[in-house]
Ligand binder design. Structure first.
Ligand code: SAM
Length: 286
């Protein structure tokens, strides 16, 4: 029996492979190529332009950490903007907060949403069930540019890497528009790449330099993401005045009684403690 392997180059000479049991579906959309696979260890997973986006096995780590860290700093968050996140996992976690009144989900490619609703209901389950979600299929860069001042308490940038359609979501103008579209207690969380391999490290530093110039508070936190390059992945936490640790509402969050598989209130603080080599890179970035 022929073994079929999905392989992704993490660098020119480092490859990550998953043995697949089925190649479920493939589609070239006007924006990107989307492929769905089945595997023993990671369950169903999908790739965009050959890069792993979401797997059934480890999506909990990413979606816990993009959502619960900011929500535990400001449990009064009501209006949320999710940019990207077409798989629905981020929206699923945000919907668990009864205090959230409205979620705009802006993904450039409607096909990601529709295909995840078909092949990955584990993450897409809230998208057509929670009336607080309003979906917009357009460029997140343009959506934020046109958003009113102070329109959101939380912006979650759950985008692909800064190549192809995701590139605009890593620009100074984008971050400045996010700043303007956030309320006074507003928080921006962005997919902040990774420090380990040079190509991803370069993008991490470029994003951090711009966010540091735009927001008075600009921190970075880490989590373990097995299927992303090197497994060490980062989110950026930026805000106008809330510090992720000094303003952390541990008791209020715990009183919500939310069951999580990756996030917990001890990890909330620990995630902002970074390896020395990462701290030095981020502290020195201009
Ligand atoms: N968690 C994944 C990661 O970290 O790579 C990303 C999840 S989600 C699949 C990424 C989404 O970003 C895709 O659905 C893609 O269509 C969307 N996207 C890319 N560029 C975009 C843009 N300029 N505006 C809105 N959505 C965009």
């Amino acid at each position: 029996m022929l073994d079929l392997w999905y392989s992704e180059y993490h660098t020119d000479d480092v490859k990550f492979s998953i043995k697949t049991t089925r190649h479920l579906y493939s589609e070239q959309t006007p924006f990107q190529k989307i492929d769905f696979f089945e595997s023993e260890t990671y369950g169903t997973f999908f790739t965009i332009d050959g890069l792993v986006m979401v797997t059934q096995r480890d999506e909990f780590a990413y979606h816990d950490m993009i959502c619960h860290v900011p929500m535990a700093v400001n449990p009064d968050i009501k209006r949320v903007l999710i940019i990207g996140g077409g798989d629905g996992g981020t929206a699923r976690e945000v919907c668990r907060y009864k205090g959230v009144t409205h979620i705009d989900l802006v993904d450039i490619d409607e096909r990601v949403v529709r295909l995840c609703q078909k092949y990955l209901p584990q993450t897409a389950c809230a998208l057509d069930r929670d009336e607080r979600i309003s979906m917009h299929f357009m460029d997140g860069f343009k959506f934020v540019k046109e958003a009113p001042d102070g329109a959101y308490d939380l912006i979650l940038v759950d985008s692909t890497d800064p190549i192809g359609p995701g590139e605009g979501l890593f620009t100074m103008e984008f971050y400045e528009n996010c700043y303007r579209a956030l309320s006074d207690c507003g928080i921006l969380i962005n997919q902040h790449e990774s420090p380990f391999y040079d190509n991803y490290n370069h993008e991490m530093l470029r994003a951090h330099a711009k966010i540091k110039r735009t927001f008075p508070i600009a921190k970075v936190y880490q989590f373990h993401m097995p299927t992303y390059p090197s497994g060490l992945w980062l989110f950026g936490f930026a805000s106008k005045k809330l510090d992720p640790i000094a303003d952390f509402k541990r008791e209020r969050w715990e009183a919500l009684g939310l069951k999580t598989k990756y996030y917990n209130t001890d990890l909330h603080c620990a995630a902002f403690a970074l390896p020395t080599y990462v701290k030095e890179k981020l502290d020195n970035v201009r």
